[in-house]
Ligand binder design. Structure first.
Ligand code: HEC
Ligand code: HEC
Ligand code: HEC
Length: 106
């Protein structure tokens, strides 16, 4: 009896950090809600786990580690700032191509 309770406590202690970590990668999903366009979802999971990008690839050269730390708009992004550093048709799909608006704006 005592032994199995101990095993149970041990299992819980081990599971908490594992599941807590698996919940979200980096800052999780970040939703931006611009005034004149549909919301933009940025997925840390997709960028970090699937595409293998490093935290330091974005933090702190392009983005701070806090949502809303910069005022972004399409003219800056089209010029190659923020998301446009990579979404320029070279590292990833081009923000200026009207076929791609819906990949970010949902
Ligand atoms: C492809 C770019 C990119 C990569 C790689 C990236 N992040 Fe982020 N991260 C962002 C963006 C964009 C924001 C939002 C910044 C803003 O709104 O000003 C953000 C915000 C955050 C936030 C704040 C979330 C909040 O709710 O305010 C944390 C924490 C964070 N990132 C951690 C990480 C960690 C840890 C890693 C590496 C595992 C990582 N990020 C990798 C782009 C990235
Ligand atoms: C450091 C480079 C980098 C930055 C900065 C970056 N991305 Fe990406 N992003 C990528 C790469 C690489 C891919 C994978 C592209 C591919 O497979 O063609 C990707 C894929 C995506 C996808 C498609 C994945 C999906 O959800 O199916 C979306 C949407 C996206 N990025 C949105 C954003 C937004 C919004 C920002 C700015 C807040 C941003 N990205 C900033 C590199 C970047
Ligand atoms: C790589 C992702 C991405 C792509 C592709 C993209 N956008 Fe955006 N867009 C953003 C982000 C991020 C913001 C700023 C969100 C915020 O901070 O409020 C934004 C903001 C906007 C805004 C409101 C601010 C402004 O500049 O007026 C409009 C309108 C807009 N986008 C239109 C478009 C159109 C049209 C396209 C296709 C030609 C497009 N976007 C493609 C990520 C993207």
């Amino acid at each position: 009896m005592k032994g199995s309770v101990l095993v149970l406590i041990l299992m819980v202690c081990m599971l908490v950090p594992i599941t807590g970590f698996a919940e979200k990668v980096g800052g999780g999903d970040i939703t931006f809600s611009p005034k004149n366009a549909s919301p933009v979802v940025f997925s840390h999971e997709k960028h970090v786990s699937e595409k293998g990008l490093k935290c330091t690839g974005c933090h702190y050269q392009i983005f701070q580690m806090q949502q809303g730390s910069y005022k972004m708009d399409m003219s800056k992004i089209n010029k190659g700032d923020f998301c446009g550093k990579c979404h320029n048709g070279q590292k990833s799909f081009d923000v200026k191509d009207s076929k791609n608006c819906g990949k970010c704006h949902r």
